[in-house]
Design a protein around this ligand. Sequence first.
Ligand SMILES: Cc1cc2nc3c(=O)[nH]c(=O)nc-3n(C[C@H](O)[C@H](O)[C@H](O)COP(=O)(O)OP(=O)(O)OC[C@H]3O[C@@H](n4cnc5c(N)ncnc54)[C@H](O)[C@@H]3O)c2cc1C
Ligand code: SF4
Ligand code: SF4
Length: 425
Amino acid sequence: MNAPAEPAVIKQHLIDPEICIRCNTCESVCPVKAITHDSNNYVVDAALCKLCMACISPCPTGSIDNWRLLPAARAYSVQDQLGWEELPPELSAEQLADAGVAAADAPALAAATPAQAAAPQAEFSATRYGATLPPWSAAHAYTNLYGPKAAQKSITATVMGNVRVTAVGKDYDTHHIVLDFGGMPFPVLEGQSIGVLPPGLDDHGRPHHARQYSIASPRNGERPGYNNLSLTVKRVLEDHQGQPVRGVASNYLCDRVVGDKLQVIGPFGSSFLMPNHPKSHIVMICTGTGSAPMRAMTEWRRRLRQSGAFEGGKLMLFFGARSKEELPYFGPLLNLPKDFIDINFAFSRTPGQPKKYVQDAMRERAADLARLLADADSHFYVCGLKSMEEGVVLALQDIAQQAGLDWEAVGTALQREGRLHLETY
Ligand SMILES: Cc1cc2nc3c(=O)[nH]c(=O)nc-3n(C[C@H](O)[C@H](O)[C@H](O)COP(=O)(O)OP(=O)(O)OC[C@H]3O[C@@H](n4cnc5c(N)ncnc54)[C@H](O)[C@@H]3O)c2cc1C
Ligand code: SF4
Ligand code: SF4
């Protein structure tokens, strides 16, 4: 019997050594022991990795979510990766063609991970259009100032507030939590996140790994002028399969009271950042706690507008949840002036109403979105459930094409110019 043919092209799973905080989380969760490390780097063995994605959401920095399309014969070895100081650049279409990878092999990119292969549009890959660079006018982001390593200790934060921001209900308890860093520097930008270290040990007797939370307040603080920030935390009481579970960090955070101290690492993230140039447009597409970075960006623009010192472009929000009761910050959102932000809700489980997802709401606003897609000052941010990513980017593609735009050119520009950002978990 013949051995199965080796693929001509692979999508290799890599860890970004510049961002990785060497927390060992990925190595501990990988079911096939494909992740290893030395004193320099954490790396993925391409020969062992099954692309099961189990390591992606636990990674506190996002450094594990890196992929390179390569001729299989040129896959990076473990030894190569252990010596890296930074990720190698993506191969261009010309370099891939020179290496014998035909354009017809490109669908392999979409089918290269089980998550994408399982998506209804298997030939389409949203991540291909997701930027890894910030917008050109973004402010400089500080990252990894505090980490779990001895030389880079975590920082102590004090809980200054903890209020529920969803209507009362058993399984959709979301909290707005304010943390203060006192006299310690903790500079952040909208779109960045922090890691929270829950106390105690996991089932294997090891300290719990850090969980990542997006910052929900603007750069000058939840309370301007104070060294504080806010988070939007959903208490996890069911796992992704609907089985009852008590999420370690989310429950720990939601149960904190004013005055409690907790350990934080970060900040993390250097690309999901907002543009700062006048008349730059921001389109925000989110579900659930994916609203946290959108709240931060909206509030920063609102403060700038109040000061009269900045002429912002259009702000458009597409916000999805099962029902309005589950939508964090529903009331405050309704109070924002209509000439400041254009808000579109999508509820998938309102009794007596047809199911509506964010991509449906986007299609209803196709004419406006097409105008924004054609404008090089437009920036798109997607945050929330992993499952929304493909549908949202596919909707952008359809809207562009129906308006007569060349989606490949538009999508490539969005990616290259740091204007389409995907953060799903
Ligand atoms: C970049 C990034 C930003 C994030 N920002 C936020 C944020 O702003 N707010 C927020 O609440 N969370 C956010 N998260 C998710 C957060 O980091 C945790 O994964 C989440 O709070 C669950 O952690 P836990 O310790 O409570 O649950 P765990 O004890 O880690 O997990 C318990 C079980 O629940 C499952 N599970 C984990 N998360 C969820 C979920 N959300 N829904 C259903 N099941 C789940 C796990 O797979 C596991 O089986 C973000 C994640 C990433 C990667
Ligand atoms: S994708 Fe799955 S198999 Fe590959 S390194 Fe991550 S956990 Fe391991
Ligand atoms: S989980 Fe992420 S940050 Fe931690 S070691 Fe792995 S890649 Fe690095």
